[in-house]
Design a protein around this ligand. Structure first.
Ligand SMILES: O=C(O)C1=C[C@@H](OP(=O)(O)O)[C@@H](O)[C@H](O)C1
Ligand SMILES: C=C(OP(=O)(O)O)C(=O)O
Length: 448
């Protein structure tokens, strides 16, 4: 068990964060689907990126050169075929959904498998794009695994309707493979403004950079047959990883931080998050020459800071962790979809923060679902307890952020899941002055 002590002396120093996981995953997929060589500069090797890397190799991605600074590969374009019949996405819904879409392009049969956490997420009932575009899909799950068998279509194309209320990832998955269909693909979204829209915009931007012909008209997309060309991918920084360190500027007794080698990404969710931090009184100042991001504390922008969680799903748990330490009321709404993740992230954060002694209440949407949280001003929670990260890296990271502001050390289980997005997190935390005990050796973290 890992224990994090109160940061009564404050935090200070310089830290580094990983490159963006969403960019890395898209870069791997686009590299497979490209007809030409691609290079990923400073690849971001989280366990989820590694697992996707293995999957795209199964479909034919070829490595030409690989060291810590550079990954050079060549893709197969439309000539996809799975070498092995089985692809494992472990606990990553992004990997499962995107690989299901990729399997649609492959003439053979592919079995995709995910762990038990994915059985309770909106994954299997949202694969109807496969038959709508001309492939077939059978659900062969058992109680411990989500498992589907996908067979690609002879002639892919047509119209598919995507439900965009629960996740943006299905839309991203269909979009990514659509240029390689034989005929034009039309995608109709059930609702205007998908949740996590910034991620869809990132998908479209990266597709266009590689030559895909994508048009958007409100909730409708039209993708014409086109080829993905060669690309050198420079990944931005991972703003969700940033959130856990930026949050410590509010939760620790005092302090300021510098993030070295910070590269703003193309994600609109990132700029939205930095704007929210500013309103909470966590100021970020970017120096484009030094490529550093300085973070310090100022006063919140209002007595009641209201946040819309729709486009910033990954940082909703971080904001819940930070809210009890802000000198203002904080209310975050429109985040019911964040309960569709590795665990029911909003509900779990409210529950575990209460266990640590925080006063935080859930908010409800019109259908009576928990859609956010509200706090009433700066608190001094007791801590001194053990909390559960529910097997979810983002919950561990968020609870660790809150732990620095408690009066007694907090023990958090699930450190082994940090590898999913931020393998060097504990070193970064120790480097800014936090006291962490019981941390495992790096090699003991889960690697896939
Ligand atoms: O496309 C992506 O890379 C992601 C999309 C979002 O998923 P949801 O729309 O399911 O929240 C986000 O939460 C996830 O961490 C990454
Ligand atoms: C993107 C994430 O999860 P998933 O792919 O499982 O939705 C995440 O937890 O960072």
């Amino acid at each position: 068990m890992t224990s994090i002590s109160p940061a009564t002396e404050g935090i200070a120093g310089t830290a580094r964060i990983p490159q963006s996981k969403p960019h890395m995953q898209r870069a791997l997929l686009l590299s497979l689907l490209a007809n030409a060589p691609s290079t990923i500069v400073s690849p971001a090797w989280s366990s989820e990126a590694r697992s996707l890397f293995e999957s795209v190799q199964e479909f034919g991605l070829n490595i030409s050169d690989h060291d810590t600074n550079m990954l050079s590969v060549s893709g197969v374009g439309k000539s996809l075929s799975a070498k092995s019949a089985k692809i494992s996405a472990v606990g990553s819904a992004f990997n499962f959904r995107t690989m299901a879409a990729v399997a649609c392009l492959s003439p053979g049969e592919t079995v995709l498998e995910g762990n038990a956490s994915m059985l309770s997420r909106p994954v299997r009932e949202f694969l109807s794009f496969i038959p709508e575009l001309g492939g077939t899909v059978d659900d062969i799950s058992d109680p411990a695994h989500l498992r589907v068998r996908v067979r690609g279509g002879r002639r892919l194309g047509g119209t598919t309707t995507v439900d965009t209320r629960h996740s943006s990832q299905v839309l991203t998955s269909v979009l990514l493979v659509a240029p390689l269909a034989d005929e034009t693909v039309r995608i109709r979204c059930t609702h205007p403004g998908p949740v996590g829209e910034g991620y869809v915009d990132l998908t479209v931007a990266m597709m266009r950079e590689q030559g895909a012909l994508v048009e958007r008209d409100g909730p409708a997309f039209l993708v014409r047959p086109s080829a993905y060309g060669s690309r050198v991918h420079h990944l931005g920084s991972d703003f969700t990883a940033l959130s856990y360190l930026a949050g410590t500027v509010a939760t620790a007794a005092d302090g300021q931080l510098t993030i070295a080698d910070y590269h703003p990404s193309l994600l609109s969710s990132e700029s939205e998050f930095l704007e929210v931090l500013g309103r909470l009184g966590i100021r970020t100042t970017y120096d484009p020459v030094q490529r550093s991001l300085h973070i310090d504390r100022t006063a919140p922008a209002a007595r009641h800071v209201e946040i819309d969680g729709r486009n910033i799903p990954t940082v909703v748990p971080t904001l819940a962790a930070v809210a009890p330490f802000i000198d203002a009321r904080v209310t975050l709404r429109n985040a019911a979809h964040v309960n569709n993740h590795k665990c029911r992230r909003v509900e779990v954060m409210v529950q575990e923060l209460r266990q640590m002694g925080c006063v935080i209440d859930p908010t409800y949407d019109r259908d009576g679902r928990i859609d956010g949280f509200t706090t009433q001003g700066r608190q001094s929670p007791g801590g001194g307890t053990t909390v559960d990260s529910h097997g979810d890296h983002r919950i561990f990271l968020s609870l660790a952020t809150a732990s620095l502001g408690c009066r007694r050390p907090t023990t958090i289980d699930g450190v082994e899941h940090l590898h999913a997005s931020f393998p060097d997190y504990l070193d970064a935390l120790a480097g800014i002055g936090a006291t962490v005990t019981g941390a495992p050796a790096r090699g003991d973290l889960i690697t896939a």
